[in-house]
Design a protein around this ligand. Structure first.
Ligand SMILES: Nc1ncnc2c1ncn2[C@@H]1O[C@H](COP(=O)(O)OP(=O)(O)OP(=O)(O)O)[C@@H](O)[C@H]1O
Ligand code: SF4
Ligand SMILES: [Mg+2]
Length: 410
């Protein structure tokens, strides 16, 4: 696919580039000329990196039965790891089919996983037996916000009843207490409590997405997973919802709540500039593998993985005009014949090798996801050096790296 397609409506997106080209790393994020939609620049963001994660995913692997082909199963996620801390927003990006929704579904137990650990507040929910897992789901520690709010809101139920559903299913509180919780949730998402008496079809698209967020937060979850929460909305509603999510993760649910109780979020989005405005970290998926995971401002201003670099170079609203161009990061067609194509490549080759202009023999083995610097992991054999091989002639790039590898081996 065309990587530029990954950018949904960049022209009217929420915020400008992640970091100015001059390198004000992180502090300038979220600025916008429209005060009505500004995400506070330089405001306190997520927690310190030494805060214990509330979600810790390790080695998560998900496969589905193959519809065709020699193999009986197709692996969609392989060895995926990520952490989310209280009050932190982790963005997940990657082209279509890279496994973002599957990751979200696997974390909430809607997609079966083959291996790995999904630790929520010290409990590995993959190990829970069926009844305990159902109890965990009903407990509401993790809630989902869908792209299309109509999927979350029953068209025949009033907004109030839909928002209350999590409480009624779990049998939590009296009817009056549930109504008070619904009114509070609607208030927190900026909706008039009178909306509770309307049907979803009788409110606007932006209000519907707010109502579906109210439904997700009504029982004070620890973690919100939002799958493309703004891609169905117009520009101004998109900005308002992003601001709302940012506010929710900063604001403890109750007066006596501690820092530890702040809401953590995973936000899956094609719109990189929207994410740049509110996320603390970004996880980059390529064909079901995490290829990079680090602080979003730094990753977007100087990506360490060639695929992330291509993704960002192809996104006009966040790319650094002094950074490498997409052409420098693509493997030219005439070079594809030099190295084996996907079929001739070893099964454990780097997942990006068939498209990477920097691929060498070393890339016939999967690179481990390793810290490049503290808090920033990358899966690339040539992570420290591929930039030095950047040239206007991509055919020279791999040769430079091969030479470097050979020199190292001597
Ligand atoms: N239930 C399923 N059975 C078989 N294959 C599936 C199933 N669910 C997802 N897949 C496959 O897994 C891969 C990843 O799908 P997924 O929906 O997670 O991608 P995505 O990154 O969310 O893409 P998009 O950006 O288009 O939403 C795709 O190839 C998809 O066809
Ligand atoms: S390991 Fe090799 S093929 Fe993979 S991204 Fe790095 S340089 Fe490219
Ligand atoms: Mg998806």
């Amino acid at each position: 696919m065309n990587l530029a397609d990954l950018e949904a409506r960049p022209a009217d997106s929420a915020v400008p580039p992640a970091t100015p080209a001059t390198g004000d790393r992180g502090r300038g994020r979220g600025r916008t000329d429209d005060p009505a939609v500004a995400v506070e620049p330089g405001a306190a963001r997520g927690p310190a990196s030494d805060t214990e994660p509330l979600l810790s995913v390790r080695g998560l692997t998900v496969s589905f039965r193959a519809r065709s082909g020699p193999s009986r199963r197709t692996t969609v996620l392989r060895d995926v790891s990520l952490d989310v801390r209280p009050g932190e927003i982790v963005g997940v990006i990657g082209e279509t089919g890279s496994g973002k929704t599957t990751l979200a579904r696997a974390i909430v137990g809607l997609a079966p996983s083959d291996a790995g650990v999904i630790d929520v507040d010290g409990t590995d929910i993959r190990r829970l037996r069926r009844r305990a897992r159902r109890g965990f789901r009903r407990g509401g520690a993790i809630r989902f916000v869908f792209q299309d709010p109509l999927r979350a809101l029953d068209p025949d139920l009033t907004v109030g009843r839909s928002v209350a559903e999590g409480l009624t299913v779990a049998g939590r509180g009296t009817r009056d207490e549930q109504q008070a919780a619904v009114a509070d949730a609607l208030h927190r998402v900026g909706l008039d409590p009178a909306v509770a008496d309307r049907l979803p079809g009788a409110i606007s698209g932006g209000q519907r997405q707010r109502a579906s967020i109210a439904r997700a937060i009504v029982d004070n979850p620890r973690l919100l997973i939002c799958d493309e929460p703004v891609s169905a909305l117009d520009g101004s509603n998109r900005n308002l919802i992003l601001r709302l999510l940012d506010t929710l993760r900063r604001t403890p649910a109750g007066a006596d709540s501690a820092e530890r109780d702040r809401l953590g979020m995973i936000i899956i989005s094609h719109d990189l500039s929207s994410l740049a405005g509110i996320a603390d970290r970004v996880v980059v998926l390529y064909r079901g593998r995490v290829v990079e995971d680090g602080p979003i401002a730094e990753v977007f201003s100087r990506p360490r993985h060639p695929y992330t670099a291509l993704l960002i170079a192809s996104a006009p609203s966040i790319r650094d005009e002094h950074g490498p161009s997409p052409a420098q990061l693509r493997r030219p067609a005439d070079q594809l014949a030099d190295r084996p194509g996907e079929r001739g490549r070893p099964a454990d080759a780097c997942v990006f090798a068939h498209r990477c202009p920097f691929a060498t023999e070393a890339c016939d083995h999967t690179p481990a996801l390793e810290p490049a610097v503290p808090g920033w992991t990358v899966a690339c054999h040539h992570e420290p050096t591929w930039r030095s091989a950047l040239s206007t002639n991509p055919a020279e790039a791999a040769a430079t790296l091969t030479e470097g590898v050979n020199n190292d081996a001597r």
